[in-house]
Structure formats: structure tokens, C-alpha cells
Design a protein around this ligand. Sequence first.
Ligand SMILES: Cc1cc2nc3c(=O)[nH]c(=O)nc-3n(C[C@H](O)[C@H](O)[C@H](O)COP(=O)(O)OP(=O)(O)OC[C@H]3O[C@@H](n4cnc5c(N)ncnc54)[C@H](O)[C@@H]3O)c2cc1C
Ligand code: HEM
Length: 370
Amino acid sequence: MTDLSRALKESWTLVEERQDKLASYFYARFFASNPKLRELFPVHMDPQRARLLRAVVTAIQTIDDPERFGAYIRALGRNHRKYQVSPAQYDLFGTALLDALRTFAGDRWSTEYDQAWREAYDLIRRNMILGAEEDPSALPFWPAEVITHERRGADVAVFTCRPLQPFIYRPGQYAELESPHQPQMWRRYSIANAPRVDNVLEFHVRALSTGLVSSALAHRLRPGDLIRIAAPAGSMTLDNHSTRDVVCVAGGTGLAPIKALIEQLAQHNTARWVHVFFGARNRDDLYDLPRLAELTTRHSWLSVVPACSEDPTWDGERGNIPDVLARQGPRSNHDFFVSGSAAMVKATLGTLAELQVPAVRIKYDALGEI
Ligand SMILES: Cc1cc2nc3c(=O)[nH]c(=O)nc-3n(C[C@H](O)[C@H](O)[C@H](O)COP(=O)(O)OP(=O)(O)OC[C@H]3O[C@@H](n4cnc5c(N)ncnc54)[C@H](O)[C@@H]3O)c2cc1C
Ligand code: HEM
């Protein structure tokens, strides 16, 4: 362990038990240094405080491994491009962080610790700026005009939009969106189509009852509105060299990236069987079945098993989607793609482990933290 890593870990133990308070103090200090910064952040800061602490802990834990540390922090910098963070703001962040650490460590803080955190933060700042500047052609965000907006049942909307500049991504990826009706709040949504020549993107959004961005996108968005889209991310993408058959397991709007993958396969696949398990609570939530049915009639390699867990009137497969999958028997030689709520993804990964599917064959994205 290097001296830097030891000093960071040692000093973190002084504040670890009060890290929530430290994060609150940090943000208060950060916002006081430039009140405009407050406007960038959501009203409720609890999730953000937790994310920041996780980032700090990850940074401390990986600082001895320049490759992992660099990759993690550069990705964070790329992700921050949309906030258009200036070098001066990075300095304010560093000052507030040091101040919070010193304040909470109290008497046991030392010059060595101070020096270690200055060095660590300098590495973080430099790598975040590097990450943000890595691809000079990338924009901080892409303005995109909403073309169509269609409600599917009470809570789900499917909309299409066209970024004003070319937007390059891989099927299966997601991007953070900002709605004009809920400015400065970014949330992740999976792109539901493979890239098209007309640059149009499709999104499927479920409005959560008290969800700010999902409600704005599902209930208030209209054709002609301009949304903002940040750089695509995510690795739930097809391995083009694989010849294995494919199993996709989707829950609710977790169908979106699966549809993008099917569209990609439709462009060149002739040899791989693709089985889609699409689960929801009731038939209304199987909001895209007609389009999926259309795809199955067009592509003989595609089959879809829809299932409802709480709909007594549904005469198809019943039960939670991982149980439906398990009933269909083992498929240890397939590539798996799993997408849905955190609970659904967790349960499906459990089922796949029981079915002895090797973890390397499974790619997944959860709509919330697992
Ligand atoms: C990789 C990834 C891809 C995603 N893709 C999609 C997608 O394609 N489509 C999609 O609809 N979503 C997707 N999401 C989820 C999306 O990013 C948002 O988290 C979601 O829309 C909620 O955002 P919000 O601003 O409306 O809610 P927020 O205002 O952030 O509030 C969310 C919080 O509200 C609570 N909550 C309120 N109402 C409910 C409710 N009815 N049910 C459960 N919790 C509730 C929860 O505690 C939750 O933590 C994806 C998430 C990830 C991480
Ligand atoms: C210096 C100026 C910075 C500004 C203005 C800034 C701004 C923001 C904003 C607005 C968010 C989104 C909050 C939300 O919507 O919930 C965010 C997220 C985040 N920030 Fe920063 N940030 C800065 C620096 C940093 C630094 C230096 C770090 C690392 C130590 C960091 C770590 C994070 C993390 C981990 C998230 C959550 C990201 C995610 O979950 O995708 N930020 N930041």
C-alpha cells in the first residue's frame, strides 16, 4: 500500500461514522461558495449525498491502482460534461471537501492527511477534466425535438425525438435525459431502437407516482418540445462475434433496451434464436405487445413469451418473470440480457445462478439500484 493510500484510508476512519453529516456539511459549504451551484442539484439531496460518498470511498479504495482509478474517475468526468463544470467550480469543490474533512476529523487531523487529500483531490479533478475532454467531438448534451408522444395505459408513454446533431450509440445503451418541464434533473432512460438513418430515438417511460422526471416525460411532454440528451452509456450490448442463441428477460419498461437489441439483430441475424420473456403485473403494463407480435411475424428466429404476475384475467403465462423463465427449462448455452426493476433483475440473476448459467454470459441493467 502506498503512503498516499494509507493516509487516505487512515484519515477516512476518523470521519467514517459521521459521513452523512460530513456530506451535508460539504454541500452546504460548496453551495455557500457559489449559490448558483445549488440550482444544478435536485431539491432532495439525500440520494446525491450517498452517491458522492460512494464515489469518494471508491476513489480512496482504487487510488493504488491507476488503471481502475483513472477509468472510474474519467467516466465520472464524462458524465459531468452535461453540467458544464468549470475549473473554478472544481476548485470550490476541493476546498469544501477539505474543509468538511478537517471539521469532522477534529483534533486528530494532521498535516500528512491534509496533504494526502489535496493530492487525491488533484488526481480526481485532473482525471475528471481529462474524461470530459477525451472526445472533443462530443457535446455536453444533445438538444432533441420531440416528434411523437403516445400514452400506453395510465402510466407508460412511448415517445420519439430527433437530436439536432448526430447522436452515436450502441443498441442496449441508455442516456440521461432532461425534460424542459423539470429542468436540471437528469435521469437515465434506455434507448428503445437501433440507430436509424434519420437519427430518431425512441424512449419508453413509466411515470412513478411521485417521480419528478418520469412524470414530466410521461404526462407533460408534447411534440415540438426540446429535451436534452447526455452522452450514451452502458454495456448491455450485443457481442457481434457470439454465435450463441439469445435469451432476453424484460420487466415493464425494461423492454426498451431489449427492443433495441432485437432491432439490431433484425439487421443481420439469420442463425441465432432469440427468446424474449416480457413480464409485467397486468396486461396493461405489457404496453408494447402489439409491436413485439409484429416483430415475431416478421422474424422467424424471434419468439416472445409475455407473462403477468397479478392479472387473473390473463390467459397466457402467469407468475413472476424469473419463475416463468425457470419453468421453460435450462438454457446454459445462451447469451442473456436482463432489464427491469431492481427487484426483478435481482430475482432473475438468482434464477440464472440456480440454472447454472455462467455469469460471463449475462448482461443486465436495472432501472434502480440493486
Ligand atoms: C440504466 C438505467 C436505465 C433506465 N431506463 C429506464 C427506461 O427505459 N424507462 C423508465 O421508465 N425508467 C428507466 N430508468 C429509471 C429512471 O432512470 C428513473 O429512475 C425513473 O424514471 C424515476 O425517476 P423520477 O425522476 O421520476 O423519480 P425521482 O423523483 O428520482 O424519485 C424516484 C424515487 O421515488 C420513489 N418512488 C416514487 N414513486 C414510486 C413508484 N410508483 N414506484 C417506485 N418508486 C417510487 C422511489 O423511492 C424512487 O427512489 C432507468 C434507470 C437506469 C439506472
Ligand atoms: C466541481 C463541480 C461539480 C459540480 C457542479 C457537480 C454537479 C453534479 C450534479 C448537478 C450532479 C447530479 C445530481 C442529481 O441530479 O442528483 C452530480 C452527480 C454526481 N457527482 Fe458531481 N459535480 C461536481 C464535482 C464532482 C466531483 C469532483 C465528484 C467526485 C468526487 C463528483 C461526484 C458525483 C457523483 C458520484 C454523482 C452521481 C452521478 C451518477 O449517479 O451518475 N462530482 N454532480
